[in-house]
Design a protein around this ligand. Structure first.
Ligand code: C2E
Ligand code: MG
Ligand code: MG
Length: 593
């Protein structure tokens, strides 16, 4: 549950002095001191009395303490009783209008001297006296707001106003205690946005921030008032759903969330597409311990991503848990190149027309000594954050070229190899030179190497980007845009770049037969590709339906589990010979559909 809006605004915006106002009957300038003394004596809680003129305009304040002290002295009563009260008031009292904020009045008092904190100040409306405020109340109010502010800073995410990790852990621990007593069940949803990095890369962090705020609002609107929606970090959100009856109710909620993501996201005047992957775990079914439940929901979320994103998955025994200890992973990653722990897997790409294998994408895997074979989802982000991706990326290009040449030497027909390039790698001033020297070193034909770039790379420093792309193009290597459509696709920029192919992101391909919007998008991209003479690859083709429809929509090539998962180099050879030997049959199937 988020902090109520009214509460947030009371933290961020200072209330006015009206909050502190007390209605104290004023004395008039000509009143005798004795009558004022009597008022103070009758009313021991009265800290001060304002003095006004006949029109009600404030003239000053009589401070109880100072005034009463005067009358304690011997003969004071005889001396002063009949004097006018105006002689005893503090003339330079602070007078503020009712609309003045507490923050502003605090500043005025600090500037004017702290004695006003003791005496208090007068509040007016249209210049006439309406009430008095007490320095003590003012101080209390300031302290309380400071504490609320500190609590807020420590427990809420500043960007989205959602509870942060600390408050989330507190709520989860409490919810688990309640559930234990009530013998009820709790569902935990681990939600991670798909391809969020592309938005940050292409549109800048300000744009990414606006998306996160919008996502926070949509998630909150999917939850009940009693549920907790928190932001863990970056684009990771988590939800605590208390008192769930069964797994089914979690399914319904996950569907609701994924559906809510579908309607267009208008961010800073632009329409973007966004999906999320959700993993769930359940107390007490999966675990009774908070940290364990989070790890399990996280593991299930990774499964959803692996399955093609835009989906939800429940934790199942046997799913691999990845400790969130990113530091150790980072240290291991530093050593991984030296220890030769990386390996390239290859996923075939086939032609829509005829089904022949036309190339493959090289996808990195990490043979971690303890964690086993890791896919990029577990380490690419860390590699990018630490800059290690530059060394890893160089290794990938070199290894892909080496493998390609080895296959040729063994007598295999050459196939084009695509490698993924990270933005950091692309921005290296030596990038073109590095590619050139790998080609020279390995003897690889430049036209057999394709570099997969992402839209985000083209958004900054365009002139330099055009220069680098032209240099690469002149080298003879091919250039593709990966995950096309997931960032903000400013189609007009494409004209300026010597691009050869677009790879439509798998989120548009998944279940395309039931998603008319996706079909429309793929058709539009296909028309665009045709007019610009670009080849089009559909990624993530898993089923015959998807295969048929992307073909009908005008894609030239396909890649996906329908044909093969990414395979080790030796398995790739086995797959290729088997696939090609049955290609005649495949061709018939493809043509028939
Ligand atoms: P990508 O370049 O879009 O690669 C396609 C991803 O989709 C691969 O995941 C692949 O295994 C998966 N995939 C392919 N077909 C299907 C399908 O039919 N269904 C489903 N559900 N998934 C399919 P992978 O290997 O886990 O790689 C993920 C991402 O990591 C890649 O996305 C790419 O952005 C990045 N990556 C991979 N290798 C490298 C690399 O060497 N360098 C860099 N910088 N990034 C890499
Ligand atoms: Mg790729
Ligand atoms: Mg891709």
């Amino acid at each position: 549950m988020t902090l109520p809006a009214a509460h947030i605004s009371s933290i961020n915006q200072s209330p006015t002095v009206k909050l502190l106002m007390r209605h104290v009957q004023p004395s008039h300038e000509h009143d005798a001191c004795l009558s004022v003394l009597e008022i103070f004596q009758k009313n021991p809680n009265l800290f001060a009395i304002p003095v006004v003129n006949s029109e009600g305009m404030p003239l000053g304040i009589v401070d109880r303490h100072l005034f009463v002290e005067t009358f304690i002295k011997p003969y004071a009563r005889e001396l002063y009783a009949k004097r006018k009260i105006s002689e005893f008031m503090v003339e330079k009292a602070i007078v503020v209008d009712m609309g003045t904020t507490i923050d502003d009045v605090s500043k005025i008092i600090i500037d004017a001297g702290m004695q006003h904190m003791v005496i208090g100040f007068i509040i007016t409306e249209n210049g006439l006296y309406v009430g008095l405020a007490n320095g003590h109340d003012l101080l209390n109010e300031i302290m309380q707001r400071k504490q609320e502010g500190l609590f807020y800073l420590a427990h809420f995410d500043q960007l989205t106003n959602l509870p942060n990790r600390l408050l989330f852990m507190d709520r989860l621990t409490r919810a688990l205690g309640d559930a234990h007593r009530k013998k009820s069940a709790i569902g935990l949803l681990f939600i991670d946005l798909d391809n969020f990095k592309n938005f940050n890369d292409s549109m800048g962090h300000g744009f990414g921030d606006q998306i996160l705020i919008a996502v926070a609002n949509r998630l909150t609107s999917c939850a009940r008032e009693v549920d907790t929606v928190a932001r863990l970090s970056g684009d990771e959100f988590i939800m605590i759903i208390e008192d769930i009856d069964n797994q089914n109710s979690l399914d319904i909620l996950c569907h609701r969330i994924l559906d809510s993501m579908k309607s267009p996201w208008e961010v800073m005047g632009r329409n973007v597409f966004l999906t999320a992957s959700i993993g769930t775990s359940v107390y007490p079914h999966d675990s009774t311990e908070a940290g364990d439940l989070i790890l399990k929901a996280d593991a299930a979320m990774y499964e959803a991503k692996r399955g093609g994103r835009n989906a939800h998955t429940h934790f199942k025994t046997g799913m691999r848990l990845y400790s969130m200890d990113k530091m150790t992973l980072e240290n291991d990653l530093r050593l991984a190149i030296e220890r030769n722990e990386f390996e390239l897997f290859y996923q075939p790409q086939v032609s829509v027309d005829g089904g022949g294998v036309i190339g493959m994408e090289a996808l990195i895997r990490w043979n971690h000594p303890e964690r086993g074979l890791l896919t990029p989802i577990h380490f690419i982000e860390i590699a990018e954050k630490t800059g290690l991706i530059i060394a890893i990326g160089k290794w990938v290009v070199k290894e892909a070229c080496r493998q390609h040449q080895e296959w040729i030497q063994c007598g295999y027909q050459p196939l084009r190899i695509s490698v993924n390039i990270s933005p950091l790698q692309f921005y290296q001033t030596s990038f073109c030179e590095d590619i050139r020297s790998v080609l020279a070193e390995t003897g690889m034909m430049p036209s057999s190497l394709e570099l997969e770039l992402t839209e985000g790379m083209f958004m900054h420093n365009i002139d330099n980007v055009v220069k680098v792309l032209n240099e690469l193009h002149d080298l003879g290597v091919l250039l593709a845009i990966d995950d096309f459509g997931t960032g903000y696709s400013n189609l007009s920029y494409l004209k300026r770049f010597p691009i050869d192919r677009l790879k439509i992101d798998q989120s548009f391909v998944r279940g395309i037969e039931n998603e008319s919007t996706n079909m429309e998008i793929v058709r539009t991209i296909s028309n665009l590709a045709k007019t610009m003479s670009l080849e089009l690859v559909a990624e993530g083709v898993e089923t015959a339906d998807e295969m048929n429809i992307v073909g009908m929509c005008g894609c030239d090539f396909m890649q996906g589990y329908k044909f093969s998962k990414p395979l080790s180099s030796s398995d790739f050879l086995l797959w290729r010979s088997e696939y090609e030997s049955t290609l005649d049959v495949q061709t018939v199937i493809l043509k028939a559909s």
